[in-house]
Design a protein around this ligand. Sequence first.
Ligand code: SF4
Length: 353
Amino acid sequence: MSEALKQSPASSRSTPQKTPADASETVPRSDWSESEARALYDLPFPELLFRAQSVHRQNFAPDVIETATLLSIKTGGCPEDCGYCSQSAHYKTGVKATKLMEVERVVAEAARAKAGGATRFCMGAAWRSPKDRDLETVCAMIEGVRGLGLETCVTLGMLTPAQVERLGDAGLDYYNHNIDTSRAFYPEIITTRTMDDRLETLDHVRRGGIKLCAGGIVGMGETVEDRIAMLVILSGLDPHPESVPLNMWNAIAGTPVIDKAEPADAIAFVRLVALARILMPKSVVRLSAGRDGMSDETQALCFLAGANSIFTGDVLLTTGNPDRDRDGKLLHKLGLKTAALRPQLPQESCGCH
Ligand code: SF4
């Protein structure tokens, strides 16, 4: 046995250990600086995971994973030029544009997702912003899906305050609107809208009393600084988004990002998950796109780092996702169970929205 392995537990305890993240770290803060976030990100890996796991346990049951299912209700032909997206009309990616699905079909898909164990049903439409007529159809979908007892989430592009109000009246629980990346890297991947456009819609949604689902994507050629800056922007929202999806970009042929993309190293991705958990202690952190390319071990580390939500189902909008069988086996191996999670953010308890 090597000398290192022969060390007694007492000698291994000689390394100074911080107590579980200081109490101050579990109170949501919206003033994290990039340098503070970088210092956390760069902690020795065991220390970072220990802190993230400590924060996680103070806010969530460590053995519960939320499962959501995502359906593309209107695919392709999008006028936006997001350089990572298979659905942009600007690129030849082989994705066929479709019309908005019928309400009955969507509700039937939601019923199937519920039977498969999903607790939330997310519906995505490839629009820059919805037309009012289409919004009415989406509202009927929301009402139908809620009628099944599922939480609802939609992602429809930019919204006006009046559209937010209409969605709220239909009973929408969550609105997804990712900030994608850092402010500095944003113009390199999207030119048809700005980060401020994105933040404006998030503000409308928050003011309209609908919960926020907002995250971003890694592996598009951005730097580690960009990834950290993205999380700092999200943690600067007050209150934090209730859901924070982190996506590992799935290489999509035909998109411009493919020329500069570099997949994030698995450990770097786990570090980012841990950082999200520490910066936004009461938010649900979701492993989203790219999970099908992750090993079981990487996913296990992500759960240890504080991720507590996954998308289930074979596809995510237009890209692959692990099948339910693989997910079921993984969760079983890890002793994790699935259930709906209640984000514990201030606006939920004060009831003032
Ligand atoms: S990410 Fe959304 S907004 Fe951007 S091109 Fe794709 S569908 Fe359109």
